[in-house]
Design a protein around this ligand. Structure first.
Ligand SMILES: C[S@@+](CC[C@H](N)C(=O)[O-])C[C@H]1O[C@@H](n2cnc3c(N)ncnc32)[C@H](O)[C@@H]1O
Length: 245
């Protein structure tokens, strides 16, 4: 399995900036402005990357130049796929939603591992996401997946409240202005039984701030750390509400 792109870590943050998606005028995220910044950047520019999970070869189309962060596979996704495949969690027959799916690798792997998966991202990411899902899932598994627009904090009423067994997110904690919306989204989607799995590269102080915000409402444990990729996997579950006295 080839490694996923490794963007510069803390220390080389000056190589990154927040770009604006011309179509939506929304901030797309950290996009490098010095193309020669790191060898890892070359991987981001590849038009496809190939993985092997759940006995399937998965070829993901990428389009960094036009779509930025949503259109490449990040290390955090590969690490969480590996965790799931190694039996970290049994997804067979479970209801799963993925947030900020990007190219869709994680959602595809969750479906291959037996889950019924709603794979979501912002509107600008959906065309590439949908085509990767269609291209990589066998016909008998495709009906167990749906690709839907979900911008955190918006139109949450179109998603079942508390109706998911698992919420997955890979490398979705990175923009401070989205933290409150992301938290609201998790809150909406979760019941006390729902398990959230977030794989994160903690690049900045603000990323730790999100974890602190999460801990106010959820019990959060680190269940895995991959030192080679510097990716943490956190498991979170809503704290039980205290009964009224
Ligand atoms: C670093 S990429 C990670 C993509 C993918 N999960 C992976 O690990 O390969 C962050 C993803 O979060 C999505 N995202 C950022 N802000 C968002 C928001 N406000 N609502 C929904 N998705 C968002 C981006 O579109 C992008 O796909």
């Amino acid at each position: 399995m080839p490694g996923a792109p490794a963007p510069p870590k803390v220390g080389s943050r000056d190589k990154w900036k927040v770009s604006v998606d011309p179509a939506s005028h929304e901030k797309m995220a950290l996009v490098p402005y010095d193309d020669t910044a790191a060898w890892g950047m070359q991987k981001l520019h590849k038009s496809s990357s190939t993985y092997c999970f759940a006995n399937h070869t998965i070829e993901i189309q990428q389009n960094w130049k036009q779509l930025g962060v949503a259109a490449v596979v990040w290390d955090a996704a590969v690490v969480l796929c590996t965790f799931l495949e190694m039996g970290g969690i049994d997804l067979q027959g479970r209801l799963v939603i993925e947030l900020g799916a990007g190219t869709g690798l994680l959602g595809i792997v969750a479906a291959l591992l037996g889950a019924q998966v709603t794979i979501t991202d912002r509107k600008a990411a959906l065309a590439l996401l949908e085509s990767n899902v269609q291209a990589n899932l066998p016909a008998d598994i495709r009906p167990r997946t749906a690709v839907k627009e979900l911008t955190w904090g918006r139109d949450l009423g179109s998603f079942s409240s508390g109706g998911y067994d698992f919420i997955l997110g890979a490398d979705i904690v990175y923009l401070e202005e989205t933290f409150a919306d992301l938290l609201e989204t998790l809150d909406h989607l979760c019941s006390e039984q729902t398990v959230i799995l977030l794989s994160c590269r903690l690049r900045y102080e603000r990323d730790h701030k999100f974890l602190k915000m999460l801990e106010e409402r959820f019990s959060v444990y680190e269940v895995h750390y991959d030192p080679g990729n510097d990716v943490h996997i956190f498991r979170a579950q809503r704290k039980a509400q205290k009964a009224d006295l």
